[in-house]
Design a protein around this ligand. Structure first.
Ligand SMILES: Nc1ncnc2c1ncn2[C@@H]1O[C@H](COP(=O)(O)OP(=O)(O)OP(=O)(O)O)[C@@H](O)[C@H]1O
Length: 236
């Protein structure tokens, strides 16, 4: 069960944006859908502990990662969240292997033998063995996506947050990787939350869809809801 309630504001000298969103769901694959600037990425960032939340909670399977009323606010690395960032945010100066290992290393960049074995296993299972020493800039879009996904999974997360995981990919690859992602999530048995602009991603992957606009939740629909296609089209 993913259970969130988030009230927060972000601002710079000229702009301010207020996010006020709450939902609880048992769906294994959830999509956040909505126009550009609706607050989708901010929702993921707040769940992961990357943004200060004024009031609210983030609960995963009954475990509170954040609960402002109870004074609970776990740091990002203690939340058990795997995060695939928009545009992947791979470290350009690190090899594929070091990117995947990044969250597991200590301050000297050392891995325990168990974590090193985990990294090797991820490299193998994502078909990256021949690329382990390469830098991200030398990889194709699909290969970069696999590295980002492997990095998100390195910490054995309890939930996977995916911000536009297919945005940089062309249609055929997108379709193939969608399939792979669906299989992977099923195999891992953890819930996933995806942000996407693409109605096809939503229809292919999600069991439940949350439509956001202006920093709030507009509507929630099950994927078998007869209104889904029209609701997605209206936003798109
Ligand atoms: N630090 C900040 N200061 C001011 N405004 C911000 C800040 N960070 C984000 N915003 C604004 O908050 C709004 C929501 O941003 P968010 O990244 O969540 O949108 P989104 O729904 O993910 O959009 P997209 O689909 O284009 O990625 C946007 O208008 C954005 O410009």
């Amino acid at each position: 069960m993913i259970d969130i309630a988030l009230k927060l504001s972000v601002s710079d000298a000229r702009r301010r944006f207020d996010l006020d969103i709450a939902f609880a769901t048992d769906a294994p694959f959830v999509a956040l859908y909505g126009p550009s600037g609706a607050g989708k990425s901010l929702t993921l960032q707040a769940m992961a502990g990357l943004l200060p939340v004024r009031a609210g909670h983030v609960k995963l399977g009954g475990r509170a990662l954040l609960d402002t009323a109870a004074g609970i606010d776990l740091p990002p690395q203690a939340r058990g969240i795997g995060y695939l960032f928009q545009h992947y945010a791979l470290f350009p100066h690190l090899s594929v292997r070091d990117n995947i290992a990044f969250g597991l290393t200590d301050w000297r960049r050392r891995l325990t033998p168990a974590d090193a074995a985990r990294v090797d296993e991820l490299i193998e299972s994502f078909g990256l063995a021949g690329l382990a020493r390469s830098k991200p800039a030398t990889l194709s879009g699909g290969q970069q996506q696999r590295v980002a996904l492997a990095r998100a999974l390195a910490c054995k997360p309890q939930v996977l947050l995916l911000d536009e995981p297919f945005a940089a990919l062309h249609t055929t690859l997108r379709r193939q990787l969608r399939e792979e992602l669906r299989e992977l999530r099923r195999r891992l048995g953890i819930p996933a939350l995806i942000v996407s602009h693409d109605a096809e991603d939503v229809k292919a992957l999600a069991e439940e869809v949350f439509i956001l606009d202006g920093g709030g939740l507009q509507r929630r629909l099950r994927v078998d809801d007869p209104d889904l296609a029209a609701a997605l089209e209206q936003v798109g």
